[in-house]
Ligand binder design. Structure first.
Ligand code: SF4
Ligand code: SF4
Ligand code: SF4
Length: 347
């Protein structure tokens, strides 16, 4: 059997997804038996010009991790789409925007201003000289320099290209990666059909189904940060007043954070039934406050008071999914921003 070709690329991410692929230990040898690596910048010295020279659809599957944050991320996603039969949105940043997506609470100008003018490490902080901000085009005596355009809005991979499969997780677990490799191997060796296009390679259940903690239907009237109380490892976090996104999060990670007695932050993203993970979690919170069935117990002011205990609502409910949410981004300059567009940095 001829070997297949696979590629892995990172956009706006932390590199953890690349490491996760190496973390499959000896199974990587199985991958080497069926696949050659066509392109993987952190592991193989293949240049972009080599990728450009490959025939279209000559790569069997590309695992693209990281969000789309700048013009280079978008260009590479489109180039890899052109060269690949299957595109896998690999990890929460590619699937939902992930942690980089929280930058959608601001814009590129504010980020550049902060990083190059206001941080303590900025040489220019106390300088009276004109502040130097990286430019897309810079003419130097030695030649012209070019940098990618940083977008105002962080996008998901499927905002810019057609995606075949999604594998969420920050990063995807070894089990999910092995499941995907098993699917591809069974397709190649036994002719088993691939999952339908658009499938999510993960559980269809919620994390609450996977977590073994006891739920007693208890209501709460105070929200705590995880470090503020002594959390009972047997009982549901939410019923102890610690916000845990398990009810609106897809299972498949093995309830890793709960095992460490920490609440779920939602990195697996929403389940198939949930359109907006944060919105769904707000409904779950309403149920532990008993808003629906006992409105007489809490009035609007009391509910507001409880909600004000959530220190960072966007970071709590949309830590991994803001670009994929209904909100997508906050609007700071009325009339200037449109969700899911990629306004360009000034050249
Ligand atoms: S999904 Fe998580 S591990 Fe993967 S690149 Fe994004 S932040 Fe890193
Ligand atoms: S809310 Fe969290 S702690 Fe409670 S059952 Fe769901 S996953 Fe477990
Ligand atoms: S428990 Fe939640 S945040 Fe932790 S790994 Fe699982 S899905 Fe991600």
């Amino acid at each position: 059997m001829a070997k297949i070709k696979i590629a892995q690329y990172w956009g706006a991410g932390c590199g953890g997804c690349d490491v996760a692929l190496l973390d499959i230990d000896e199974k990587i040898l199985g991958v080497a038996e069926i696949a050659d690596i066509a392109f993987w910048p952190i592991a193989v010295d293949t240049k972009i010009k080599d990728l450009e020279a490959m025939p279209d659809k000559s790569i069997t599957a590309t695992l693209y991790n990281g969000a789309i944050r700048n013009s280079e991320n978008e260009h590479m996603a489109k180039l890899l789409r052109q060269k690949s039969v299957l595109m896998v949105s690999f990890g929460s940043c590619a699937c939902f925007g992930g942690i980089p997506g929280l930058a959608n609470v601001t814009n590129s100008k504010a980020i550049f201003d902060y990083v190059y003018k206001q941080t303590f490490s900025s040489d220019q902080k106390n300088s009276t000289a004109t502040t130097v901000i990286p430019q897309v085009h810079t003419h130097m005596p030695e030649g012209d320099l070019e940098l990618p355009v940083m977008y105002d809005t962080v996008l998901t991979l499927d905002n810019v290209i057609d995606v075949d499969y999604y594998m969420p997780g920050c990063p995807p677990t070894t089990n999910l990666i092995n499941e995907f490799l098993g699917i591809v191997t069974a397709y190649l060796t036994e002719g088993k059909p691939l999952p339908p296009k658009g499938s999510v390679i993960a559980s269809q259940k919620t994390l609450c189904d996977e977590c073994g903690r006891k739920k007693a239907g208890k209501s709460v009237d105070k929200i705590h940060l995880a470090f503020e109380i002594d959390i009972d490892p047997e009982k549901c976090m939410l019923e102890q007043g610690v916000i845990c996104l398990g009810a609106s999060t897809r299972a498949g990670c093995g309830a890793k954070c709960l095992e460490g007695n920490q609440p779920c932050r939602g990195c697996m993203g929403p389940t198939a039934e949930v359109m907006d993970q944060g919105g769904s979690m707000l409904s779950a919170l309403a149920s532990i406050f008993k808003v629906g069935e006992g409105e007489a117990l809490l009035n609007e002011d009391q509910i507001l008071e409880i909600m004000q205990q959530v220190k960072d609502p966007l970071g709590t409910f949309y830590a991994f999914t803001m670009p994929k949410s209904i909100i997508k981004r906050t609007v700071t300059e009325k009339g200037k921003k449109k969700p899911a567009e990629a306004p360009k940095q000034e050249a």
